[in-house]
Design a binder for this molecule. Structure first.
Ligand code: BMA
Length: 374
């Protein structure tokens, strides 16, 4: 008899701790979405997944070649995380702002998911007040699109398109594909319309309104929501300045890029280490999951960047994944070359292979469908 009470207490504690670690903010999240959340936590015991934006669509000097990927050309393996971008979906376009047709994107998303890959989506949506690009901040934008604002119905129409897209992502069994959604990212900088031209409380309202509309009005239940700042913070308080609430955020993140000459400058590494430490702590305290939303060194001119600059920055921080930005190649409209993972023959390819071979870096072959979604 005397063991009954302690046993009950023990089981209650186990049940509560399990409930805590498996909870997403959407009580109606689909089974696969809840499983993904749970497994993203689990995967951190093994290391961190490696992802790449637009990986299956194009790379440096190629486009839409079935099965191709710059990551795979170099390592023989796909990334474990696939990033995609919805900019211009909100205005009803057939292709996104980088020229990727949404029809093809849907099918790439399914390919990655069926292999057990994780899908993450960003949204550089046009300014709903002015109709200009995401990079055209103007005071008053956010207030104009929130309830009571002049452009509120326009914004709802944009969210309807986002919702339709999310609900069109289906796996082989007809189940919804879970998406790690990263809306209104890099909001601590001044370049986007949801950035620092928007007062903090309006930013929070925008985030909360968006989650509420997608979840409760549009019944979208296959999303995990990421609160994703830029690099402009150096302590937890600054990081959380625009945090919209524990009830609407599943994951915490920031974006940071290596600039300048990495062969002599290690400030990127120090900054990465510092900020990962901060979000890791925030995630632990709030029972959320940390990740690195976007990073990279365009054109990787320092061939040992992967093991000498990136790797020591990530160190042993508990993050679920790191995503490298897109291999756009030559961008004629800007007369600029942009890519963040090596292609076959690029000088940093051997070092990227070293990075690939580390036990803690998880690529597609390290992740099965069952491990991520069951
Ligand atoms: C930026 C660049 C742009 C692109 C945008 C959205 O960082 O890659 O060329 O349009 O992301 O994907």
């Amino acid at each position: 008899m005397k063991f009954i009470l302690p046993t009950i207490i023990l089981f209650t504690l186990i049940a509560c701790s399990r409930d805590k670690s498996e909870k997403t903010t959407d009580p109606k999240a689909t089974k696969e979405t809840v499983n993904l959340y749970k497994n993203l936590k689990k995967v951190m015991d093994r290391g961190y997944m490696v992802g790449h934006q637009d990986d299956l669509a194009y790379g440096v000097n190629w486009k839409y070649e079935s099965g191709r990927s710059d990551v795979k050309d170099v390592t023989g393996d796909y990334p474990a995380v696939y990033g995609w971008e919805l900019g211009h979906l909100e205005i009803g376009a057939d292709t996104n702002l980088d020229g990727v047709p949404f029809r093809k994107m849907r099918s790439f998303i399914k390919d990655g998911y069926e292999r057990g890959g994780v899908i993450t989506i960003s949204w550089h949506g046009n300014n709903p007040m002015t109709g200009e690009s995401a990079w055209a901040p103007q005071e008053g934008t956010v207030i104009s699109i929130l309830p009571g604002g002049e452009k509120h119905e326009i914004f709802n129409g944009q969210l309807d398109r986002i919702a339709d897209f999310m609900l069109s992502l289906k796996g082989n069994k007809g189940e919804l594909i879970p998406v790690v959604f990263r809306p209104f990212h890099e909001h601590t900088g001044g370049w986007f319309w949801w950035g620092t031209k928007t007062p903090d409380d309006e930013y929070k309202s925008l985030f909360r309104y968006t989650v509420d509309y997608l979840k409760n009005t549009k019944k979208v239940h296959n999303l995990l929501y990421v609160y994703n700042t830029g690099t402009e913070f150096s302590n937890a308080e600054e990081f959380l300045k625009r945090y919209p609430g524990d009830d609407v955020v599943d994951m915490v993140s920031f974006d940071t890029y290596q600039r300048g000459d990495a062969s002599v400058d290690s400030s990127y590494t120090r900054g990465l280490d510092l900020r990962l430490g901060i979000i890791e702590q925030v995630a632990a305290e709030k029972d959320k999951i940390a990740l690195l939303g976007e990073t990279g060194y365009s054109q990787i001119p320092y061939p040992e960047w992967w093991t000498k600059r990136l790797l020591p920055g990530i160190g042993n921080h508990r993050i679920s994944y790191v995503l490298f930005w897109r291999n756009a190649g030559y961008k004629a409209h800007e007369n600029e070359i942009e890519y963040y993972v090596p292609y076959d023959g690029q000088p940093s390819a051997p070092d990227f292979i070293k990075f690939y071979e580390l036990p803690q870096t998880l690529f597609q072959k390290d992740i099965t469908y069952a491990e991520m979604y069951e």
